[in-house]
Design a protein. Structure first.
Length: 80
């Protein structure tokens, strides 16, 4: 379970930062999902937003694979 949960480190819910963020705290409350929303949908740069989302997914997959290798080296059961 830990190996699979490592991939969720970069993902955070979209609603909380969007609804609780305002102009005063926007620089501190912006996360990847709200950044993709503001750049992709509001500014109309769909290609850049898709690239950021793809990069986040690739990083998460890499983190899962690294955590799996570490678990296997420690003698624990991994996903493969």
């Amino acid at each position: 379970m830990t190996v699979m949960n490592v991939g969720k480190i970069l993902s955070i819910s979209f609603e909380r930062p969007l609804l609780l963020g305002n102009v005063a705290v926007k620089s501190a409350s912006q996360v990847i999902s709200t950044y993709v929303y503001s750049v992709g949908l509001q500014a109309g740069r769909y290609d850049f937003a898709a690239a950021v989302g793809l990069f986040q997914s690739v990083v998460c997959v890499a983190m899962v694979l690294i955590a799996n290798k570490v678990a296997n080296k420690l003698g624990e059961e991994g996903i493969m």
